[in-house]
Design a protein around this ligand. Sequence first.
Ligand SMILES: NC(=O)c1ccc[n+]([C@@H]2O[C@H](COP(=O)([O-])OP(=O)(O)OC[C@H]3O[C@@H](n4cnc5c(N)ncnc54)[C@H](OP(=O)(O)O)[C@@H]3O)[C@@H](O)[C@H]2O)c1
Length: 309
Amino acid sequence: MTTVALTGATGFIGSTLLTHLLSQGVQVRALYRPTSTSAPHPLESVEWQPGNLEDVNSLSALVTGVDAIVHCAGAVRGITLEQFKRVNTTGVSNMLKAAAEHKVPRFLLVSSLAAREPSLSAYAASKKLGEDELRAYQGRLSWDILRPPAVYGPGDREMQPLLQLIKRGIVPIIGEKNARFSLLYVDDLAEAVSCLLRAPQGENGRCFELHDGRPDGYTWPQIATIAAHLNGREPRCLSIPKLLMQIAGSANVSLGRLFGYQPMLTPGKVREIFHPDWVCDNTAISRAIDWQPQVQFHEGMKRLFSKGQ
Ligand SMILES: NC(=O)c1ccc[n+]([C@@H]2O[C@H](COP(=O)([O-])OP(=O)(O)OC[C@H]3O[C@@H](n4cnc5c(N)ncnc54)[C@H](OP(=O)(O)O)[C@@H]3O)[C@@H](O)[C@H]2O)c1
């Protein structure tokens, strides 16, 4: 039986990865921080390893004897590049050192489409630098990078307020009206990870973008049309001015510094949101593995809200 070391398993994407891998008969050893606000899943079949990405001993214990590593832990909130780098760059580097030391044959990194535009934000830059850490291991272990676009599904806290509004027939236009963006339902991402793990280890050192099956992504008017179908009535579209978002982002940074929390909406996040092109390309991943996304936005919204989210 394959044994996989998984990081980020207490988070939104990682917890779906965890249940998906278990359902495929994979044995999972998962890292969790005892300080986590999300309790580790009480699944008997999971071997939980306490620790964190800074604690190299815990990483060593995490990866000993495993067949593959899925590194999904990441910082998605924060202010400075240093804060993001500590997790998204040095964290990758620490995982790689543990992987090399224990001769783990396979390493999958859950990066982000944001890494395609590292100049936009500290988050994007830190994810790109994390990828670069992995690229430096070319020839030393078999690795691949996944660059998902915005991911949504049960358990997601970041996109949930926006999706709730859309469900209620209100579409906030956050970004340029004609901006295009890909989306991905979390179950499809989990299936892509397990397909990659099952695939024969021939080629590696690849960087895969992946979307939900809409090659041109979505525009806000298309999201409004989907909202109309979902709700059976025309939605109310509200344009959120960029200046307002920038002011909110700057205020959030000041408040985050004052009260010691890590904000999501920052000036960098606003630059990401207003970037006109977040469309991914599935060509490379479709050639490499037998993976077909199943859930486009209309279906994803139905699934999400039928689960009482
Ligand atoms: N959500 C998206 O739309 C999206 C899109 C593209 C890429 N991604 C990437 O996908 C990954 C997961 O994102 P997510 O949305 O699931 O985020 P999330 O819900 O915030 O989960 C983050 C996970 O990383 C763990 N973590 C953070 N810092 C850590 C550290 N220092 N040591 C050990 N574990 C640490 C967290 O543990 P705790 O429970 O202890 O905090 C949690 O399990 C990230 O790498 C992110 O960049 C996300």
